[in-house]
Each structure stands twice: as structure tokens, then as C-alpha cells.
Design a protein around this ligand. Structure first.
Ligand code: ATP
Length: 991
């Protein structure tokens, strides 16, 4: 019978980052209902979603004495790990006994609590370990009751990263392009030669899980891949063999797939900004395909006739059974409680809402063993016949399967099917062999693998007393998974390409064959680098000579092997001296040593920026290491850019990446998203290189390059509009500032009041207003003129400007000029506001027009770098700079808006002064006339006016107080920078 996918959502406590940012709680749960409030619209009714289970794990628990102690419920609302297991895990266990396949997958953004529910931390064991514990307990129970049935449990663990499947229990099998996914007519999609390790006890399966996580850590560190980008599938295959009443041997097999999905937010950033390489970047093809499959299945369950695109990704192929077929399926959607994650959490809730509409039909997988073997034999005979007959017919996809496909896609599918058919023949042979194998065989295998467990135990014991290195990973679940024990002696650290295999083998980018050496002599540990090219940092500082290691020292080998050195004896001697070291701390320290200020006010934006830096610095290091390795002659640097520096009026300061071509000196600034996407492709390129496959890509697909004709932003010009609020013209030569705030030339800009036909007005027309408010409801007209650009470095060609004015949705663009010099854009645009609103006047008075200046760069050839490779150029630059690391990120600051000239304020002031003088002269004349005529009342009135006007004298004094370099003094000096706050407002008060 069709059954709906069961959906549970779970809301975790605030994490430290959310607490530091004073995050607000936006989730609530009541019964099965979950509500979410929009932090931007607090008065709106919260959105409601109903699920099979809504688990509140945000608060209402007693805080345990130790970090990994059990979180016990202190009220009824709180849901602990045991309850989650009882509701969800129990069912999976029952399914396993009944012979049904089950699938439990966890969805949610990075850090939302997926692993917590699935695997758990410390005492808070998740569904998977409790499931494993229970299944063996129940087997033991059956055995003790004298059952004749035989039980086999095997475990497999794989990872899908970048669309490639890796066997986490057999990392040595690392095949080019990953393991192949094949399709079996009955079993559906499966992974070829994936190791299924027989396990006989909870301890054993736990050891295999740890082994899988360790292998995942090694792989992730080697490639500096963030583990939250990978999907992990743990499968527990449970077979019950018994003899039925008719004397037939029966095999009932069920597979429980436990899937910890990659962080969901990554899928969205895939399609972010327009990058020409967007298509190729399968940042998380699998996750977006899963979304499409879920939507299609949800539509299908409503009766729509849609094609479900299971074949689109590795993950959806492997989850086909779980979602579209023979499986009982559960989804756990993990939610962050915080307002700062509103968008992500809402999208998770929507995803979960769609998933609950999916229906699956699970059947018991029970067959006599002989029947299975017979079927395989029959299939093999069919396959052989088909192959003899040319193969094509049997391998042709059905019309239904090819509906809507292009000819090319059809051919590809057909070819895949043919390959599969051939592979299936040998698979079937193997499977039959397997089936015939005895239980004893498996037992022997299992016993052999136990040896590994003993050595693991010994390692754990050694860690307590012996100095050792302990890995740090961005994913806390992977920290501490790799430990190198440093008993007294000498340890070479290097890659597996070294002639004499080093004791500590680290592979991957920027690890030299002979990288470093660590010695443990007389209770002291020392570290020294061996190859001069080796990158080695201790506590963020590059190491040049032998140094002693202290307990808790952070050691970075190459660009991503990060360890913390532990010396239990030193710690014991002075426990107070040492605290806890985390990945974030170690990365922040590296960032600080690279010149980033990580200590400043840790609030909102600063924290976000800091997090981005911690995330980006290792990625930039890695991109540089790949560039060195593949000799791509480009270098990446981090730049921190304010919105103004990016030519935007609003937004926040962001981390961007500058690509610098080391051969022709061309520079491009990439957004964080673009860089992350490109880095992903660089990584793919490097993997192909390391595999010995064809890694070079045509230029249009090469992630390291930008086409030569790419336009880049030379800089921005900020034009204050305040003078227009007084209807005074502006004619200025303004600085073009690049993202560093460095001048890149001058741009002549004019803003001139005009009449409603666009005729420019002169001083004589006297449209000046004393108070900008007087403009409200009036007709305001002016023209913006962009004239000449001068002083732009001559490597820029095809220069043009663009900008957007008040409420404009389209960009205004000037013509393109071949080169700078005295090129006149002769750009003029007339603005005609029939009735000026207070918003417009406010915009003029306080706003700013940002004009971006763009151009194309002409490559230069540098003789300095001509015969050097990338690594040599980078090294020579580092030496020249005398800086710490190869990718020293330069802290580029934003264009400082306060620096921009305020001299129009002085112009307004002068204009007012002129008016006053005019008025005074008039008054004087009137006074003279009144005196002559003896008119007393007029006389008093004129004297009163004169007194008011004489305040000008005070104003003069104030002008004299304005520092000279800011446009002060009574001279007519018009330029310079008036300070924003005090002076300008005092000028205004006086008037
Ligand atoms: N229900 C919960 N109760 C208490 N702590 C939780 C809960 N859920 C998650 N946490 C804590 O939140 C942090 C992040 O959780 P977790 O590692 O499970 O996230 P994740 O979604 O698996 O992240 P990633 O995608 O990076 O693997 C962990 O420190 C975890 O202990």
C-alpha cells in the first residue's frame, strides 16, 4: 500500500554565534505544527506548517555537567534524542525485521543539526548508533531464544562529493572519477564495488563508522573540501536466512539507508551571480536535483503526469528507491531557531512540506535463495543472447524514458545502458559467487578487520600520555579524527611521493615530499621545515628555524592540514595555562597574522565578516596552491570591500577575491560566490591532474581565466547632491577611487539646475533656495553631465561610466571612449520632477550619486616574471614583501565617504552671504530714505533687519574657524574636505 514519506522537523538551541549576535527566536511549535515568524514583518501572522512530528529541542533541558553529557528534558515540550529514536528509529528497526527497505534522510542548512539527529555527539547518540545498538541486542535476544535463523549485518558507507562517489570504508579503491553507479533491473541503482563490511556487534559497527568518518576527514583535508558539501550515505544491510516449512532456504534482506545530506544553503548560491562558468559548476548538483525530484514526486502524487528526473545526479539515482519505490522513508528537517537564518529556515520548511506529499510503496524483500540465483542465471542468459545479437536492442531505452530528451541525450542514455548491461553480466556472476560463500568466510573477514580495532584502542590509550598531533576541521564532527602519536623519536612529515616513506604522510596541495620533521627528544617536541618551499605555520607564524612546540600549539602544514599539538605532560604540569583550541580560533589567528583585524567589535556585520574571512582565507590559500601546482600564473588575494567601494549605495562590507595575472598584471575582482564556484572547478581540475587524466580545459571553461575583453570597474566617483537641494550648480573634477580608496583618475561631473524644458539656468536666474524644504511640492529640474575623464592608468581602454539616479531602475550608461586622456563622454541627462516630494528633497540633501567608471585592461608583459614558474613568482613576491604567508591577503579598505569634498556647503554659505549683503545694502538704502523722510517706524524695522543680517559677521568668524585644509578660512578657496558633522551643522545654525 502506498505510504507517505514521514516528515519530522527539529529546532535546535541557539549556537554561540547566534547568541553573540543577539539572535531572536522565530520558530515555535505546538503539537505537530511549526510556525515561523518573519523578522522583517513582526506584526504579520507567522506562517504555519504541519508535519508528522515537530520536535522542539530549542530549550527546556538541563544543561549537563560535561560538554558531551546527555541533554535531559526538563519540561514536556523539549524533545531529546531518545524520543526522536522512539518515533523515527524504532520504525526503521521494525522495517528491517520485516524485510522492508527504509531510508532516513536529514535535510537542512549547515550547522542546523542534521548530524546531531542522525549520528549525535557524545552521550547524545543519534538515530544511527541507537539503531545499530538495538539491532544487535535484538539479534542476541533471538539467538538466546534458540532461533534457527541466521542473521547477517553488513555496513557500507559512501560519500558523494562533487558528483563523485567515494567508498569511505575502502579509500584505497579511489578510482578516477569515483565509483560507478549502475542500474540493476530489480535492485535499481547501486554503487559498483562498494565495500559491504560484515559486522557482528555494535562495537564493530561503531568502529567501522569511526573508520568511515576518519577516511572522510582525510579526504576532506587533502582537498580542503568542506565536509558540509558532501552527502554521506550509511547503509545497514540486514539479511535473515531461514528455512521455510517446505524446506526451502529463504533470504529476507532489508536495507536501511541513513543519509546525512550536504548543507542545503549551498544549492542556492550555485545560481547566484552571472558567471560565464555557472553551468559547469556543479557545486551541488545532487542537492538541487533532489529538490527537483521531490517537487516532481509531490506533483505526481497529486495526479500530475510528470517525469521524475532521478537520473540527473548521483544522489537522486541512489535515493530513487527511497523516494520513488520500495522503501519506507522518513525525512528529518533540521531548523535553526534564529532570525538571522530566516530565509534558509523558511526554505527548509517549504522543502519539508513538499516532501510529505510523496508516496512510496514498500514491499517485503523475501525470496528463496535458489530463486534469486535462478533469476540471476536467467538474466545472464538473456544478456548474453542480447550481446550476441548486437546488444543494441536489449539496451535501448524505452520511449517513456527518452520522452523530452534531445538526440544527444538519447544517445548518451543508450550508451550508458549498454555499458551497464555488460557490467551487469559480471556483477551477476559475482553476486552468485557471493551468495554461495559461507557465513564462515565472512566471519574470517570480520575477524581480520578486528585487528584494526585493537590498534585503534591502543592509539586512544597512547593519546592520554604521549605527545601527539590532533587534526582540526571546520566541521566539528571531523576534528580529532586524525591523530599522529609522537612517541620519542623522529618523524618525517611529507607526501607519499617521497623516496623514503615519511612516518606522517600528508597528501594534497602544497605538501612537499619532504615537508617537515618533528622530533620528540627528552620529553620535548621540536618542529622544523625541511624543504625551503614547504609552508609551515605555527600559531599563525611561518617557521623558518627549528622551534619547540608547546601544548596546544596550532600547526598548519601546507595550505590545509591543520593540527593542534598536544603534550599531556605539559598540560598536567600547568593545567590553568591552557584552554580549548578550536578550528575557528586557529583560522582567526592566521587571519590576524595576515593583517586582518579580528578583534574589533564583535557585533552583527563584524561577526559576519569575520566568519567569511575564516571561511575564505583557507580557500584562497588552496586556490593559490592549485595555481602553483598547475603553474597557472595567477594569484588570488582577499579584499574586503565596502558597498561604496563596490559602487553600491547600500549593503554590507563583504569579502571579495582579487585575481591577479602574474604574467600580464591584469586584475579582476570576484565576488565571494563567484570565487567559491570557480574554486570548485579549480579543485576538479586539480583532481584530474592528480589522477593523471586530461585536466586542461579550453579557455572558455578555464576557471583561472577571465576573457581579455572583460570590463572591470576601474573605480567609483561619489557626487554629493546637496548643492542641488539649494538649487546651486555643481561643476567638479572628482576623484575616481578604486576599491582600495586609491585615486585612479578624475572625472568631470556637472549638475546644473534648469527650467522645465531643460534649459540650463545661470546665477542670474537666481533659483537659489534658503531652505531645501522650500523645494517640496515645487517643480525641480536639473541636468547631469558627465564630461571628461583624465588620469586613468593607460592600461585601461574602452572606458565608460554608468550610474543610477533616484528611483531609476535602469542604469544610465555613457558612450565608450578608447582611452582616458581628455576623452569627453559628452553625456547629458535631463531630470524633470514636476512635484518634488519630501523624499526627493531628502535624497538631494543627504544622498549621493555613485558613478562607476569601467574599462577593459590591456595586458602588459612583465620581463621580471618571464622565465619563472608560478611558485617562483609567488615566492619572490613574498620575499620582496617580507610578509608571512604566500597568499598574504591585503586589507583593502573602502572608499571613505567622509573624505569626499563638501565644498558645496561652502558654496551654499557664500551664496547666502551674498544674499545677505544684497539685503543689507537694500536696507541701508531704505534707512537713508526713511531718515531723510523722518519715518520712525520704518527706521526701527530696518534697524531690526540690519541687526539680524549683521550676524553675517559671526558667520565670518565661524568660517575662519574651519581648518584651512577643509575649506576653511575666509579666502575663496573652494576645495578641500569639510568635516561632516559639527562644522557643517554649525554653519547651518548660524544661517
Ligand atoms: N537538538 C540539538 N540539541 C542540542 N544541540 C544541537 C542540536 N542540534 C544541533 N545541535 C548542535 O549544533 C551544532 C551543529 O549541529 P550539526 O553538526 O548536527 O549540524 P549539521 O546540520 O550536521 O551541520 P553540517 O552540515 O555542517 O554537517 C552542533 O554543535 C550540535 O551539537
Amino acid at each position: 500500500m502506498a505510504e507517505s514519506v514521514k516528515v519530522a522537523v527539529r529546532c535546535r538551541p541557539f549556537n554561540s554565534r547566534e547568541k553573540a549576535r543577539n539572535a531572536k527566536l522565530i520558530i515555535d511549535m505546538n503539537g505537530n505544527t511549526t510556525t515561523i515568524s518573519d523578522p522583517e514583518a513582526p506584526n504579520e501572522e507567522p506562517r504555519k506548517f504541519n508535519f508528522d512530528y515537530s520536535y522542539w529541542s530549542h530549550d527546556g533541558y538541563t544543561v549537563p555537567a560535561t560538554d558531551d553529557g546527555y541533554l535531559e528534558a526538563s519540561n514536556k515540550k523539549y524533545c531529546d534524542q531518545k524520543r526522536v529514536f522512539e518515533d523515527l528509529g524504532r520504525g526503521v528497526l521494525a522495517n528491517a525485521w520485516q524485510g522492508y527497505n527504509s531510508c532516513l534522510f536529514a535535510y537542512g542548512q549547515t550547522g542546523s543539526g542534521k548530524s546531531y539527529s542522525m549520528v549525535g555527539y557524545g552521550e547524545n547518540k543519534g538515530i544511527v548508533p541507537i539503531f545499530c545498538d538495538k539491532i544487535f541486542q535484538e539479534i542476541d535476544q533471538k539467538k538466546s531464544e534458540g532461533t534457527k535463523a541466521e542473521y547477517e549485518v553488513s555496513y557500507s558507507m559512501l560519500e558523494i562529493y562533487n558528483e563523485q562517489v567515494r567508498d569511505l570504508l575502502n579509500p584505497a579503491s579511489k578510482k578516477k572519477g569515483g565509483l560507478k553507479i549502475r542500474e540493476h533491473p530489480k535492485k535499481g541503482f547501486y554503487v559498483e564495488s562498494l565495500r559491504q563490511t560484515p559486522v557482528q556487534s555494535y562495537v564493530e559497527i561503531q568502529a567501522r563508522m569511526d573508520e568511515g568518518v576518519r577516511n572522510r576527514t582525510v579526504a576532506a583535508t587533502q582537498m580542503n573540501a568542506t565536509s558540509s558539501r558532501a552527502h554521506t550515505i550509511m547503509s545497514i544491510i540486514f539479511t535473515q536466512k531461514s528455512v521455510n516449512d517446505a524446506g526451502q532456504e529463504m533470504a529476507k534482506t532489508s536495507v536501511a539507508n541513513l543519509v546525512d545530506l550536504a548543507g542545503s544553503e549551498r544549492a542556492e548560491s550555485t545560481g547566484a551571480t552571472g558567471d560565464r562558468l555557472k553551468e559547469g559548476a556543479a557545486i551541488n548538483q545532487s542537492l538541487s536535483s533532489l529538490g527537483n525530484v521531490i517537487s516532481a514526486l509531490a506533483d505526481k502524487s497529486k495526479g500530475k503526469n510528470v517525469k521524475v528526473p532521478f537520473r540527473d545526479s548521483a544522489l537522486t539515482k541512489l535515493l530513487k528507491n527511497a523516494l520513488g519505490g520500495n522503501s519506507k522513508t522518513i525525512m528529518v528537517a533540521a531548523l535553526s531557531p534564529a532570525d538571522i537564518n530566516y530565509d534558509e529556515t523558511l526554505s527548509t520548511l517549504r522543502y519539508a512540506d513538499r516532501a510529505k506529499q510523496i508516496k512510496t510503496i514498500a514491499v517485503v524483500n523475501e525470496d528463496p535463495t535458489e530463486k534469486l540465483i535462478r533469476e540471476l542465471k536467467e538474466e545472464n542468459a538473456r544478456l548474453m543472447d542480447a550481446i550476441k545479437a548486437g546488444g543494441i536492442v536489449a539496451a535501448a531505452p524505452s520511449d517513456q524514458e527518452t520522452a523530452g530528451m534531445t538526440e544527444e541525450e538519447k544517445d548518451r542514455l543508450k550508451q550508458e545502458m549498454e555499458e551497464e548491461m555488460a557490467a551487469r553480466l559480471s556483477d551477476n556472476e559475482k553476486e552468485m559467487e557471493e551468495m554461495k560463500k559461507t557465513w564462515e568466510d565472512k566471519l574470517r573477514q570480520a575477524q581480520a578487520s578486528n585487528v584494526g580495532d585493537d590498534s585503534e584502542r591502543a592509539k586512544k590509550e597512547a593519546r592520554k600520555n604521549t605527545p601527539h598531533l590532533f587534526n582540526l576541521n571546520i566541521d566539528p564532527a571531523l576534528s580529532g579524527m586524525i591523530v599522529h602519536i609522537l612517541a620519542p623519536g623522529t618523524y618525517n612529515v611529507g607526501s607519499d611521493k617521497a623516496e623514503n616513506k615519511p612516518q606522517i604522510v600528508l597528501n594534497g596541495l602544497s605538501i612537499q615530499k619532504e615537508h617537515a620533521v618533528i622530533t620528540n627528544e627528552g620529553g620535548k617536541a621540536f618542529i622544523e621545515k625541511v624543504s625551503p618551499m614547504a609552508k609551515l605555520l605555527v600559531n599563525g607564524d611561518p617557521i623558518t628555524s627549528k622551534m619547540e612546540l608547546d601544548h596546544n600549539d596550532r600547526v598548519m602544514f601546507g595550505s590545509n592540514h591543520l593540527y593542534v599539538f598536544k603534550h599531556p605532560a605539559l598540560k598536567k604540569a600547568d593545567p590553568k595555562k591552557y584552554g580549548v583550541v578550536t578550528y575557528e580560533m586557529a583560522q582567526q589567528e592566521i587571519a590576524e597574522k595576515n593583517g586582518f583585524d579580528m578583534s574589533s567589535k564583535k557585533t552583527g556585520e563584524d561577526l559576519l565578516l569575520q566568519e567569511e574571512l575564516v571561511e575564505m582565507i583557507p580557500m584562497v590559500e588552496e586556490a593559490n596552491a592549485i595555481s602553483e601546482e598547475l603553474d597557472r600564473k595567477v594569484k588570488f588575494e582577499i579584499v574586503v570591500m565596502s558597498p561604496k567601494a563596490r559602487g553600491l549605495a547600500h549593503g554590507r562590507t563583504e569579502v571579495c577575491v582579487k585575481l591577479r595575472n602574474l604574467q600580464n598584471e591584469l586584475e579582476y575582482i570576484w565576488s565571494r560566490d563567484k570565487f567559491v564556484r570557480r574554486k570548485y572547478l579549480m579543485q576538479e581540475m586539480y583532481e584530474n591532474f592528480a589522477d593523471g587524466s586530461d585536466w586542461q580545459l579550453p579557455e572558455e571553461k578555464d576557471p583561472f581565466t577571465e576573457p581579455l575583453n572583460t570590463n572591470i570597474q576601474i573605480g567609483v566617483v561619489n557626487v554629493y547632491l546637496q548643492s542641488m537641494a539649494y538649487m546651486i550648480e555643481t561643476r567638479e573634477s572628482l576623484e575616481i577611487s578604486d576599491y582600495r580608496g586609491k585615486q585612479q583618475g578624475l572625472l568631470d561631473v556637472e549638475i546644473i539646475p534648469c527650467d522645465d524644458k531643460g534649459k540650463e539656468l545661470t546665477e542670474a536666474d537666481d533659483v537659489f533656495v534658503d531652505d531645501p524644504k522650500d523645494l517640496i511640492s515645487r517643480c525641480v529640474n536639473f541636468v547631469i553631465k558627465i564630461k571628461t575623464v583624465t588620469g586613468v592608468p593607460n592600461r585601461f581602454k574602452d572606458i565608460y561610466c554608468n550610474y543610477k539616479m533616484y528611483l531609476e531602475s535602469e542604469e544610465n550608461k555613457t558612450d565608450c571612449k578608447d582611452s582616458a586622456g581628455m576623452s569627453d563622454f559628452a553625456f547629458r541627462k535631463f531630470y524633470n520632477f514636476q512635484v518634488a516630494t519630501s523624499q526627493l528633497v531628502d535624497y538631494l540633501q543627504n544622498g549621493m550619486l555613485t558613478i562607476s567608471v569601467w574599462g577593459r585592461q590591456e595586458p602588459k608583459t612583465s620581463s621580471r616574471t618571464k622565465n619563472l614558474n608560478t611558485a617562483q613568482i609567488m615566492m619572490s613576491e613574498t620575499l620582496a614583501k617580507g610578509s608571512s604567508s604566500a597568499s598574504v591577503a591585503t586589507m583593502e579598505t573602502a572608499v571613505d565617504s567622509n573624505k569626499v569634498a563638501h565644498h558645496f556647503q561652502l558654496a551654499i554659505f557664500k551664496k547666502k552671504q551674498e544674499r545677505m549683503e544684497m539685503k543689507m545694502n537694500q536696507m541701508k538704502k531704505m534707512l537713508e530714505v526713511a531718515e531723510r523722510n523722518g519715518k520712525e517706524r520704518i527706521q526701527t524695522e530696518v534697524i531690526k533687519q540690519l541687526l539680524i543680517a549683521s550676524n553675517n559677521q559671526i558667520a565670518d568668524k565661524i568660517i575662519a574657524r574651519i581648518p584651512k585644509d577643509q575649506g576653511g578660512g575666509t579666502s575663496s578657496n573652494g576645495g578641500g574636505h569639510a568635516p561632516k558633522g559639527e562644522t557643517s551643522s554649525s554653519v547651518c545654525t548660524i544661517m
